[in-house]
Structures are given as structure tokens and as C-alpha cells.
Design a protein around this ligand. Sequence first.
Ligand SMILES: *[C@@H]1O[C@H](CO)[C@@H](O)[C@H](O)[C@H]1NC(C)=O
Ligand SMILES: *[C@@H]1O[C@H](CO)[C@@H](O)[C@H](O)[C@H]1NC(C)=O
Ligand SMILES: *[C@@H]1O[C@H](CO)[C@@H](O)[C@H](O)[C@H]1NC(C)=O
Ligand SMILES: *[C@@H]1O[C@H](CO)[C@@H](O)[C@H](O)[C@H]1NC(C)=O
Ligand SMILES: *[C@@H]1O[C@H](CO)[C@@H](O)[C@H](O)[C@H]1NC(C)=O
Ligand SMILES: *[C@@H]1O[C@H](CO)[C@@H](O)[C@H](O)[C@H]1NC(C)=O
Length: 228
Amino acid sequence: MAPRGPGGPTSLVPCAAALLLALGVERALALPEICIQCPGSVQNLSEVALFCKTSKLTLHARCCLDQKGTILGLDLQNCSLKDPGPKFFQAHTAIIIDLQANPLKDDLVNTFHGFTQLQTLILPQNVSCPGGISAWNTITSYSDNQTCQGQRNLCNSTGDPEMCPENGSCAPDGPGLLQCLCADGFHGYKCTRQGLFSLIVFFGILGSTTLSISILLWETQRRKAKAS
Ligand SMILES: *[C@@H]1O[C@H](CO)[C@@H](O)[C@H](O)[C@H]1NC(C)=O
Ligand SMILES: *[C@@H]1O[C@H](CO)[C@@H](O)[C@H](O)[C@H]1NC(C)=O
Ligand SMILES: *[C@@H]1O[C@H](CO)[C@@H](O)[C@H](O)[C@H]1NC(C)=O
Ligand SMILES: *[C@@H]1O[C@H](CO)[C@@H](O)[C@H](O)[C@H]1NC(C)=O
Ligand SMILES: *[C@@H]1O[C@H](CO)[C@@H](O)[C@H](O)[C@H]1NC(C)=O
Ligand SMILES: *[C@@H]1O[C@H](CO)[C@@H](O)[C@H](O)[C@H]1NC(C)=O
């Protein structure tokens, strides 16, 4: 029999648990990755710094955060960004975002999907505001940048009551975007179906799983019975 030292498999288990715990704690304390993906910190005199100071929030790396760690401001100016990247959605709670002085490509419509709180967006001069002129109260062009200010709620600016189906309601979903939410108890395309859809699916799957396990057991039992 092979000798089993203190480094054997049994002592590995608590070690791994401790490591996982440490990683978990680390993750809880860490800043959202979007705040640190670009080196440096929020520029002293930027709009995001100003906002953070007047709202009595705290600056960390490229973000302005509240006490709970929610991102309310993001300053990614001068980060050599061609696009905001896959982590950008972490900032969907932001009220102000600065992306100026980046070589951005001009297709930001889906980038801001879900950014319903956004009120001030600062972009490079050659990038247009997402959603266009109807999505913002004011769009201003300067020589070095462009600001999109005051996100409009499309649900009531178009004044079209037919936009969402009868048992659905309209909700904003980011600049130039809206969604139709079905009323309680309704689901499906155009919110026309009633009932607890997810429960039916759940019990349906559970039921068929139970059935197949029963058949399997019955089959094996039958074979065993035959063999003996
Ligand atoms: C940023 O502002 C603070 C005071 O508001 C000042 O003490 C500090 O020197 C400034 N930093 C830079 C890099 O300008
Ligand atoms: C942008 O960043 C570079 C270094 O990455 C720095 O040299 C330059 O001064 C910055 N420009 C502005 C406008 O802050
Ligand atoms: C804006 O200009 C920069 C260079 O200054 C370029 O890299 C970028 O592709 C341009 N974006 C658009 C949408 O034209
Ligand atoms: C936009 O650029 C102008 C100069 O063209 C500058 O004065 C202004 O401070 C910039 N706005 C922001 C929000 O950085
Ligand atoms: C329309 O939007 C304004 C804010 O822009 C809001 O105060 C108002 O309640 C909205 N009306 C409806 C019907 O949603
Ligand atoms: C909307 O709900 C009402 C009752 O709540 C129902 O009578 C009506 O048929 C529903 N409309 C549609 C299009 O499903």
C-alpha cells in the first residue's frame, strides 16, 4: 500500500474550500471590472468627477460609486477604446458616462440597451448619440466631443397607445429603446396567453422525468427478474 502523507487527498479538501472562500471574499470587495479595465482614474476636472463630488459619492479608479458599490458614473475617456467591450453592461446603472477621446466605431445602439438611468453621455465628436435626436432632450456638439443630455422616455413621447398589446405595458429600455411588459398573469407573444406558464413547464418536465426513470427502473427490474 502506498504511504499517504499530510499532502494527500484528504487534506486537499479543506485547502480548496479555504481558497474558494478567499476568492469569494476577494470578489465581493473588488471593484467592478469595467472600473479598472482602463488604467488611471477619473480626471480631476471631468464631468464625472464633478457629478461625483456634488452628489457626495466616492471615486474609485474610473468609476463613481454609491455606498452599496453601484456604479453611478463612469469615465472612460482617453482609453483607446474601439468599442466599449463586453464588460460595459456592468455600468447600466450609471447616470453619467464619459467616452470622449476614444476611436469608437459608430454603432452604439445596442451598447446602451438597458441603460435606463443614463442622463448624460459624453462621446467623441464623430460618434452620434445612441437612439438619435428623438432619444434625448439636448444634443450638443463641441470641437472635441458631443454631449447627449436628458434621456427621453419613448413610451410617452410617441403618444401611440397601440405600441404595446392590450394586456401589456410600455417601459423604457435605454436610449431610443423600449420594451412591452406583460401584465401579471399574462405571457407570450402580444401577452395574449393567460395562466402560470412556467409552472406548467416545470411540472411537465418533472412529470416526464419521473416517468422515464420509472420506465428505466421497471425495465432493469424486469431484466433482472428474467436473468434470475
Ligand atoms: C485634484 O484635485 C484636488 C483637490 O480637489 C487636488 O488636491 C489635486 O492636486 C488634484 N490632482 C490633480 C492631478 O490635479
Ligand atoms: C491620453 O492618455 C495619454 C497616455 O495614455 C496621455 O499621454 C495623454 O495626455 C492623454 N490625453 C488627455 C487629453 O488626457
Ligand atoms: C472617429 O475618428 C477616429 C479617429 O479620430 C476613428 O478611429 C474612428 O473610427 C472614427 N469613428 C467614426 C464613427 O467615424
Ligand atoms: C467638450 O469639448 C470642449 C472643447 O471642444 C470642452 O470645452 C468641454 O469641456 C468638453 N466637454 C466635456 C464634458 O468634457
Ligand atoms: C411621461 O414622462 C414624464 C417625464 O418625462 C413623466 O413625468 C410622466 O409621468 C410620463 N407620462 C406617462 C404617461 O408615462
Ligand atoms: C386582456 O385581459 C382581459 C381580462 O383581464 C381579457 O378579457 C382580454 O381578452 C385580454 N386581451 C387579450 C388581447 O388577451
